[in-house]
Design a protein around this ligand. Structure first.
Ligand code: GLN
Length: 379
């Protein structure tokens, strides 16, 4: 039997590759983004209680109504918007699935999607599997800011969507009001959709605000905003997220969603609905992670790596152009094997493999893990 591959050029994701290599070589894994410390005991207990109370059958396909209601209350307060939990929110199997579903909802073969690189590695395959065409634009290095003139130049009658990501994975860059204004000017009067990947919404530092697309009614009306419980509650393995979009867009999104995963874990949704009442659990995240970022940066200052600007996410990029001429992939592999520290080479986030000699480190780890990793790097 022969399959005509829809994704002939796609290999194993860099996250799986580097995590596997880290296990093989007993390396400290600062590659794939996930915490290595325990999540909230209270939230675990809430899931246990929900299971024992009998929430073990299919919940509503769109998500538990109480969870959607509480999410609406949360975002309406945080982002001064007017989201309706009943009609505008769908609970999904993580943020990546929300993004995939949004693309599948809107894309037709031949459509173009503007993607900024370095880009999270699921975007391009998500677009291509739908027969659409990614139009990639490189963020300016090393600030990772958006070159808006190039965006304007690359918009065509076939442009169906622009995907934005703030805080950005892998660079840690965040959008500012100027970016929002540029985006607004570009999409005004067009049928261009926006997919806004906001999974790191609470991981923004140095007192800067998170400019959710939901804050801007004229942009929100054409947007699918995608969020993650895994990042917010330190449980990436739960694979829980949600998509917020205006009712007509959500109605189409749900058509795709209901025949894909149908619904998400019932007891976890019951628990999350209760835990959302604890505002401190998410409002304290920027302090919690900023301390880790600063701690990691402080340690890394003893090494020859050069820090790049980062304002959000739990990733910190470092240039190694003064250390070696090796490709970033070779260097990442050698660091894992010889020094016992795994990181992600940034060229993996570029379609044509652009290599600025940069590695991405995840600092969402215990202090002792970060300390041990940097000790190995300084040797
Ligand atoms: N979002 C995480 C990262 O960027 C991992 C996602 C994944 O492994 N698919 O590291």
């Amino acid at each position: 039997m022969i399959i005509h591959s829809k994704l002939p050029k796609v290999g194993t994701t860099i996250f799986t590759t580097m995590s596997q290599l880290a296990v093989e070589h007993k390396a400290i894994n600062l590659g794939q983004g996930f915490p290595d410390y325990m999540m909230s005991e209270d939230l675990i207990n809430l899931v246990n209680n929900a299971m024992r109370s009998g929430y073990n059958q299919y919940p509503h396909t769109n998500g538990l109504p109480l969870l959607r209601q509480r999410l609406a209350e949360k975002v309406n307060k945080l982002y001064a918007c007017n989201v309706n939990g009943e009609t505008d929110i769908t609970i999904t199997v993580g943020g990546t699935y929300a993004i995939y579903t949004a693309f599948t909802t809107i894309l037709e073969p031949g459509d173009e999607v503007i993607v900024f690189e370095p880009a999270f590695d699921s975007y391009l395959p998500n677009i291509e599997v739908n027969g659409a065409i990614p139009v990639t634009i490189e963020l300016q290095y090393p600030s990772f800011s958006i070159p808006w003139d190039e965006v304007r130049a690359k918009i065509s009658p076939k442009t169906k969507a622009i995907i934005i990501n703030s805080p950005q994975n892998p660079s840690g860059a965040i959008t500012n009001e100027e970016d929002i204004n540029e985006l607004r000017k570009i999409v005004e009067g067009t049928n261009i959709f926006i997919i806004s990947d906001e999974v790191y919404e609470h991981l923004v530092y140095d007192g800067k605000p998170h400019l959710s697309i939901l804050r801007y009614p004229d942009l929100a009306e054409r947007s699918f905003a995608c969020f993650s419980f895994g990042k917010t509650y330190h449980c990436t393995g739960w694979k829980m997220g949600y998509c917020i979009a205006p009712a007509p867009l959500t109605a189409e999104f749900r058509r795709v969603h209901q025949f894909n995963c149908f619904c998400c874990s019932a007891p976890v949704q019951v628990a999350l609905a209760e835990y959302l009442l604890n505002e401190q659990a998410y409002l304290g995240l920027n302090n919690f992670f900023q301390q880790k970022r600063d701690y990691f940066q402080g340690l890394m200052a003893q090494t020859a790596f050069k820090v790049l600007p980062s304002y959000g996410s739990y990733f910190q990029c470092y240039s190694f152009d003064n250390i070696t001429n090796e490709s970033d992939k070779d260097f990442a592999i050698r660091l894992t094997k010889e020094k016992g520290v795994a990181a992600i080479p940034l060229s993996s986030f570029y379609r044509n493999g652009t290599d600025n000699k940069v590695l991405r480190f995840c600092f969402g780890k215990k202090e002792e893990t970060l300390k041990a990793a940097v000790e190995r790097l300084t040797k």
